[in-house]
Ligand binder design. Structure first.
Ligand SMILES: Nc1ncnc2c1ncn2[C@@H]1O[C@H](COP(=O)(O)OP(=O)(O)OP(=O)(O)O)[C@@H](O)[C@H]1O
Ligand SMILES: [Mg+2]
Length: 219
């Protein structure tokens, strides 16, 4: 039987180069697994970003810099509880792994038609490739989010990618920014407020997409 779990003395070595990096996390290919990525929090994230009074309050969080990882897990469980299989419009959470860089969140890598890691909406818009086809995909993405219990805490063009695979075809996928961020978890308590929040965040992102489209030069 395959052994799916790390033994207590095993730590995955992430000595190699990260494949992508956001402001919070470093994203590594899972060694030996083309279909998986590992996300670890940047080592200096708390020192650099949690500064001032707001930062001091954030440092009191029980999960500290792992708060983001807990949101990914919570949203995965909320989808599973609703009978929704992830992967269509939200990246698939696979598990946690102990690494040389700390706790790693393992997710399914989303790839584009060319087989490379999927491009973000930011890149597509910047390069003037956001056309009616992707606009229609954004409508579908919004409708899907609204039909599930998922909470969208931080929606921007860098957190949405254009993915393609045999099971789902081409579609937009949320790869980050999921989960409740409010101190009083209103979206968790009230689905109607959650849907209003999702609509509002998509509307704001559309506004930015349209402003950037106007400025972008089509290829
Ligand atoms: N599941 C995935 N499949 C393919 N590429 C991904 C995936 N997750 C992340 N990426 C790539 O890695 C980049 C950074 O990932 P992510 O947005 O999760 O990090 P972050 O540090 O939390 O970002 P932010 O800057 O929004 O805080 C993404 O913009 C995307 O290019
Ligand atoms: Mg991000």
């Amino acid at each position: 039987m395959p052994d799916h779990f790390q033994r207590a003395d095993q730590v995955l070595d992430l000595g190699g180069q990260a494949s992508a990096s956001g402001s919070l996390q470093k994203v590594y290919p899972y060694p030996g697994r083309e279909d998986l990525l590992i996300k670890v929090v940047r080592p200096n994230f708390v020192a650099e970003r949690w500064t001032g009074l707001r930062g001091a309050i954030k440092r009191l969080r029980r999960l500290g810099a792992l708060t983001g990882a807990s949101r990914v897990i919570m949203e995965h469980l909320a989808l599973r509880n609703a009978g929704v299989k992830p992967g269509r419009h939200v990246q698939e959470f696979v598990g946690l792994v102990e690494t040389t860089q700390g706790v790693g969140v393992v997710v399914r890598a989303v790839r584009g038609r060319d087989g490379r890691y999927a491009e973000t909406l930011r890149t597509i818009v910047k390069e003037g490739r956001f056309g009616p086809d992707i606009e229609a995909m954004l409508d579908e993405f919004e409708a899907w989010l609204l039909s599930t219990p998922i909470i969208v805490g931080d929606l921007h063009m860098g957190n949405v990618v254009l993915g393609f695979d045999g099971e789902h075809g081409e579609r937009l996928v949320l790869i980050d920014g999921m989960g409740e961020k409010n101190f009083v978890p209103l979206n968790t308590w009230f689905p109607v407020l959650n849907r209003a929040n999702t609509r509002d965040r998509i509307r704001r992102m559309r506004r930015i997409v349209n402003a950037k489209r106007a400025a972008a030069s089509p290829r």
